[in-house]
Ligand binder design. Structure first.
Ligand code: SF4
Length: 357
């Protein structure tokens, strides 16, 4: 197995901490870790986030992305929501991400400047979890996945590994699931690679770490993330540490050259896992999609991006919430699906594909 390089570690330029967040030991620990990394600390006198952003949109975006706010998750964040098809419930440790992916799914779900907000009241969030165990309607209802117990997804509104050097929240949650003795499992996915602090945790096999991947052909759409080669090394190290692992191949982009690019990526995954013992590997396959709102936000954040969000090869799909999104048309979807199922069966015969969307 190749040796890990020094994975990219995000250091916020500025950390804002609210008055209420300073009342939690976990919030104060985040401030201490950020200060040790050399981050400027701003103690707010109240609980409203105030940050004077430049009027120039590009500079405002850059300032916001370089800022971490430590806040208290409101009670609404502690009422968990189902998150199909990934997990029974969404558990949020933070909201926002410091990376710069020009297809970022958060653009459609978060509003306002893209400041990352990390939650100081981790204990309150964790205390909420037991009430949801046994209540799942998504993976718990699936014959193929019920054995996972009630599942909790930590990557819906953030990349929890990206911010882990400051928050420590992911390690705390993994340890909690490892010790809780509940019929429940944590899941997270990441485009980052600094897993060293997670390797020695007593996880009890209750956390599945997935790496979110795209081939090098599309690396230009994933600014600020870890190199794909480092993500694969990270995944192998987690497998060797006994964690269930997975691939989130997302978003799958049907641009010219996609067959060779994704074929090479899947071959690289097989190489990275070569010789690993008892690997429990799942695959989640998510095609690129966007809404009118997310496209408008992404166009404003990444005006020069070459990512195709035109109507070519697209159809509109209505969601059950009454909104609509642009997905690939049926011939494109069919070609992609056939390719991925065939290639994964050939290259990663022991992998379980959880879903295609
Ligand atoms: Fe968005 Fe994930 Fe990229 Fe972060 S790593 S910017 S959450 S797509």
């Amino acid at each position: 197995m190749p040796e890990p390089t020094s994975p990219r570690v995000w250091r916020p330029r500025r950390l804002l901490v609210t008055r209420a967040a300073r009342g939690f030991a976990h919030g104060r620990a985040m401030v201490e870790r950020a200060a040790a990394l050399g981050t400027e600390i701003v103690e707010l006198s109240g609980d409203r986030l105030t940050l004077d952003l430049p009027s120039d949109p590009a500079r405002a975006y850059a300032e916001a992305k370089a800022t971490l706010a430590v806040v208290v998750a409101p009670p609404s964040r502690r009422r968990f929501q189902p998150i199909p098809p990934s997990a029974d419930w969404r558990v949020d440790l933070a909201q926002g991400c410091p990376a710069h992916c020009s297809y970022c799914y958060l653009a459609g779900s978060l509003t306002g400047p893209p400041i990352t907000r990390a939650y100081a009241n981790l204990d309150e969030i964790v205390d909420t979890i037991p009430a949801y165990v046994g209540q799942g309607q998504i993976t718990s209802r699936s014959r193929a996945r019920a054995h996972e117990g009630t599942t909790f997804e930590a990557s819906c509104y953030t990349d929890p590994l990206a911010i882990e050097p400051v928050t420590g929240s992911l390690a705390a949650l993994i340890s909690w699931f490892g010790a809780a003795g509940l019929d429940a499992a944590l899941r997270f996915t990441t485009k980052f690679a600094d897993v060293a602090p997670l390797l020695g945790l007593a996880h009890a096999g209750r956390t599945r770490m997935r790496v979110s991947l795209n081939p090098a052909l599309f690396a230009r759409y994933e600014g600020g993330t870890a190199r794909v080669a480092d993500r694969l090394i990270a995944m192998r190290r987690m497998a060797d540490a006994g964690y269930p692992i997975g691939l989130t191949i997302a978003p799958i982009i049907a641009a010219e050259g996609w067959q060779a690019a994704y074929g090479g990526l899947i071959a690289d995954v097989a190489t990275a896992l070569d010789g690993a013992a008892d690997v429990d590997l799942t695959v989640e396959l998510i095609t690129h999609r966007f809404t009118e709102g997310s496209k408008a936000t992404l166009d404003s954040w990444y005006p020069g991006s070459a990512l195709d969000m035109s109507a070519a090869n697209r159809i509109e799909k209505r969601t059950k919430f009454g909104t609509s999104k642009q997905v690939y048309d049926l011939p494109t979807m069919k070609a992609l699906r056939t390719f991925f199922y065939d290639t994964i069966a050939a290259q990663l015969p022991d992998a379980r594909i959880l879903y295609w969307t």
